[in-house]
Design a protein around this ligand. Structure first.
Ligand code: OSB
Ligand code: MG
Length: 369
């Protein structure tokens, strides 16, 4: 398919509630939408950077720079038979996986649409619905968190993940166990601890958590291996895994027993499928993480979770958990039992509402051949 046009659109979407993690609070989701037209068919992708380099080093502005000055010129006017071929074209560009993912995934959408195939099927996914959980940010009090968690359990979410940081961890988790008993429960530290906190995690082993996500530094799979050796509770890596090779090395070192896959963090569906196969071969369970995506990124997440290796409920919650107004129709809606339907229409299977996109857009630019 000949890449004829690429559009970049910076959006700011107000979140229904602020979302607080160990690295900060987000009240507005800033993101870059990518539209890509190939052989007359338009696909959409999402760059999941934030405005500030807190989760990782990328930001809205670094992604714009890498896309405008390097990635878009590399693909515009070129022809690619398959999205993997596009991803290979920028193999020598180091890092900046979120910028790459927005463009790679927009092409995956266009490529699937051109064949009248749902993206889920084009990726090799087989499920018709996916089980999902919810990620609960840090709140003002334990009582407030218990109330929030209860409301999500009532809605049917299949597992609860709470954000932790030093001083907001064991007490909260014990209160959740006391209140809700043996619910599927896990914690995400977003790299807020060090190996000197091992005793805390050893104490928390009796809580029966499904896993602890990214307790230690993003660039530290050595200490994660040290910590995992002391724990019954599986460690799940998020920030540490940027490539399929990172996953292989982390697993060979014993740094984790589960991986959170964010297609944005690892450069798009092309590398995502390689990482998926590496983990499935080794019997490592996967789940799909989230970056508070708009309906476009959410649709990509739903499609990828239809692959067989995604055996654990992920963070892809319904649209109304994040936004009053989403930019796609139909917006992702929670079904009884905590499922989201995998769309059966072509590509990502949702329609982008261009008037809503325009309303949230701060900056936009189109690149032609
Ligand atoms: O670490 O998983 C994370 C959101 C922003 C940045 C990092 C993370 C998260 C989440 C929310 O946990 C997941 C979601 O609901 O999209
Ligand atoms: Mg995480």
């Amino acid at each position: 398919m000949l890449i004829e046009q690429v559009g970049l659109h910076v959006l700011q979407m107000p979140l229904k509630q602020p979302f607080t993690t160990s690295f900060g609070t987000e009240t507005i989701r800033e993101l870059i939408l990518v539209s890509l037209t190939a052989d007359g068919v338009t696909g959409w992708g999402e760059v999941v950077t934030m405005a500030e380099p807190l989760y990782n080093y990328e930001t809205t502005k670094t992604a714009w720079h890498i896309l405008e000055d390097f990635l878009v010129p590399m693909v515009l006017g070129k022809s690619f038979a398959h999205p993997d071929e596009m991803a290979r074209a920028w193999d020598h560009i180091r890092g900046h996986y979120m910028a790459k993912a927005g463009l790679n995934n927009a092409f995956w959408d266009a490529w699937a649409r051109a064949q009248n195939l749902p993206l889920a099927r084009a990726l090799g996914g087989t499920k018709e619905r996916i089980g999902v959980g919810v990620s609960v940010g840090i709140q003002d009090s334990v009582a407030a968190t218990l109330k929030t968690v209860e409301s999500y359990l009532v809605q049917g979410y299949q597992r609860i993940k709470v954000k932790i940081r030093p001083g907001w961890d064991e007490t909260l988790l014990r209160a959740l166990r006391r209140e809700f008993g043996p619910i599927p429960l896990m914690a995400d530290a977003n790299s807020a601890y060090s190996l000197s906190d091992s005793a805390l995690f050893e104490r928390m082993d009796d809580l029966g958590l499904m896993m602890i996500e990214q307790p230690l530094a993003e660039d530290d799979i050595i200490d994660h291996a040290g910590l995992q050796a002391r724990l019954q509770t599986p460690i799940c890596l998020d920030e540490s895994i940027l490539t399929p090779e990172d996953a292989r090395k982390a697993l060979e070192l014993g740094a984790c027993r589960i991986i959170n896959v964010k297609v944005g963090r690892i450069g798009g569906h092309s590398p995502m499928r390689r990482l998926h196969d590496i983990c499935v071969e080794r019997g490592i369970p996967l789940w799909c993480g989230g970056m508070l995506e708009s309906g476009v990124g959410r649709a990509h997440n739903i499609a990828l979770t239809s692959l067989a290796g995604y055996t654990l409920p992920g963070d892809t919650s319904a649209s109304d958990r994040y936004f009053d107004e989403d930019i796609v129709t139909p917006a992702a809606q929670l079904l009884p039992g905590g499922f989201l339907a995998v769309p059966d229409g072509p590509g990502i299977g949702v329609t982008v509402l261009e008037d809503r996109v325009a309303r949230f857009t701060l900056q936009t630019r189109t690149y032609h051949t």
